[in-house]
Design a protein around this ligand. Structure first.
Ligand SMILES: *Cc1c(COP(=O)(O)O)cnc(C)c1O
Length: 230
């Protein structure tokens, strides 16, 4: 798998989608989703120029991150259980998968102990899929003011995982809804939220056209994922 070549081609596609939407390509971060990938793949991605990495499980990240070069920056993009909050606060710069008030409160508590602030994204299950985690839009708006009062968390924006489809155009309404929801949150909070994390290997171009600031790419960068170690 030629990670450098994949990255070059992804950069071109990100630039083209940005231009179509009248956006600056530099406003879109490509997160390398390294879940199930070995440290060697992370090293190759770093050598190609990527710096932002996403992991979906605390356990796996805890084993992998110490084996990777120190200049990699790590974000959590998978569902977090409250008993893993302490490790998550120690491992990740940003947590993109905050999906309940109870979880946010637990993270806030561990940030207090670690004397740090934590940038977070709030995950929204826009399409209401039973198989996915994330706030419903209604529950998010109901919790937002309370979430915003947690002193150690900084709400930087919203994240979503669109339903899988071979026809990315079909999930455009999901991305559009997340962007509108961000505007509603900004109005409620009275501050701008800079981040919209949406779009993966199969649908990132549509997500960028709808305003994504972070696209989370695994297979289009690293190739098919090895089977997870259990
Ligand atoms: C695995 C994963 C991705 C990347 O998926 P690809 O289709 O391999 O690009 C993005 N976001 C989340 C939350 C993931 O779990």
């Amino acid at each position: 798998m030629d990670i450098a070549a994949n990255y070059a081609s992804l950069r071109e596609r990100i630039a083209a989608a940005s231009v179509r939407a009248g956006r600056d390509p530099a406003a879109v971060t490509l997160m390398a989703v390294s879940k199930h990938q070995p440290p060697e793949a992370v090293e190759a991605a770093l050598a190609a120029g990527l710096t932002c990495f996403g992991e979906n499980r605390v356990q796996e990240a805890k084993a992998k991150i110490p084996l990777c070069p120190g200049r990699a920056r790590w974000q959590l993009i998978g569902h977090l259980q409250s008993n893993k909050c302490r490790d998550a606060v120690a491992l990740f710069e940003v947590i993109q998968s905050v999906d309940s008030l109870a979880l946010a409160q637990e993270l806030n508590k561990h940030c207090e102990k670690a004397a740090r602030t934590l940038p977070v994204l709030l995950e929204v299950n826009v399409a209401g899929e039973a198989s996915k985690f994330g706030y419903t839009p209604t529950a998010l708006l109901a919790d937002l003011a309370t979430l915003n009062q947690l002193p150690r968390l900084e709400i930087h924006g919203l994240m979503t995982i669109a339903p899988y489809t071979p026809t990315p155009e079909r999930v455009r309404p999901v991305f559009r809804r997340l962007r509108e929801l961000k505007t509603e949150c900004e109005q409620l909070l009275g501050v701008p939220l800079p981040q919209l994390s949406m779009g993966m290997s199969g649908d990132f171009e549509v997500a960028i056209e709808e305003g994504a600031t972070c696209v989370r790419i695994g297979t289009a960068l690293f190739g098919p994922r090895p089977r997870p170690a259990e």
